[in-house]
Ligand binder design. Structure first.
Ligand code: UDP
Ligand code: MN
Length: 264
């Protein structure tokens, strides 16, 4: 049923919380029929927790220390797995029957409730290596058993990219071949910094985008924004394409209009 399903995101610090807030408000604009949940870590300030509670139905604090001892040991040897192991905590949300995970650097452009028609594990291809999925948007089914298997997999095999995407791709390795229903269309995870590499396709399909993903090292909150002109400033790290600039401007518009007022 819809009441035991949720959109889930993750923010381990106050900076990523800004992304989570814009994502949450972008979801709300399109009247989601599912709950909104954010996973946070102890580093998130009490101010940001209060703001998050105005947008999300549930805030769940997770802590690496909660992981089993053997995981904790593995983590000490592989500190790069830190955020990865925290992301895996989404499988412990067993009070929900099904969830859609969205990175805090994603932005929702229309209602995406139909994602709940998909099963675990559904995700869109990664633009850099399309036989792998991108782990910024995925459909999953919380289960303590799966969570345990994922942690075991992390301990035994690590992650080939040092992050959740490598780990999840090696765990759900049948994704690329087994079931086409589990391939989400690219419009559910459109990476803004790669759209121009196949610009005829972007011209054809870009306007149907439902979720954009600001993947990579420069996040929307790293740009300077001019509220007068309603656009990100060109100096410094300028957006690499017009499409990217339009999505960045939308991110900042939601930040100005739907997030900043929450601080008052
Ligand atoms: N994340 C976080 N704190 C961090 C790094 C990552 O909370 O310091 C979370 C956040 O939800 C983020 C996701 O993990 O969207 C994946 O990281 P990121 O989006 O930076 O990776 P990319 O999509 O650029 O590969
Ligand atoms: Mn991301």
């Amino acid at each position: 049923s819809v009441t035991d399903q949720a959109f889930v995101t993750l923010a381990t610090n106050d900076i990523y919380c800004q992304g989570a807030l814009v994502l949450g408000q972008s979801l709300r604009r399109h009247r989601p029929t599912r709950k909104l949940v954010v996973l946070i870590t102890p580093q998130v300030s009490s101010l940001l927790r209060a703001i998050l509670s105005k947008v999300f139905d549930e805030i769940i604090e997770v802590n690496l220390i909660d992981s089993a001892d053997y995981i904790h040991l593995a983590f000490l040897k592989r500190p790069e797995l830190g955020v990865t192991l925290i992301k895996l905590h989404c499988w412990t949300l067993t009070h929900y029957s099904k969830c859609v995970f969205l990175d805090a650097d994603t932005l929702v452009l229309s209602n995406v409730d139909e994602l709940f028609d998909r099963g675990e594990f559904s995700a869109a291809p990664d633009p850099g290596w399309p036989d792998c999925f991108n782990s910024g948007v995925f459909v999953f089914q919380p289960s303590l058993h799966t969570h345990k298997l994922l942690l075991q997999h992390a301990t035994e095999h690590g992650s080939f990219d040092g992050a959740d995407q490598g780990l999840l791709n090696s765990f759900f390795r049948s994704w690329s071949t087994a079931d086409i229903q589990k391939h989400l269309p690219f419009i559910y995870n459109l990476s803004t910094n790669t759209t121009y590499t196949y610009s005829p396709a972007f011209k054809q399909f870009g306007s149907s985008a439902k979720v954009v993903h600001f993947l990579g090292s420069t996040k929307p909150w790293n740009y300077k924004y001019n509220p007068q002109s309603g656009s990100v400033l060109e100096q410094g790290s300028a957006p690499s394409s017009q499409h990217q600039a339009a999505f960045l401007n939308l991110w900042w518009t939601i930040y100005q209009n739907n997030v900043l007022p929450l601080y008052q």
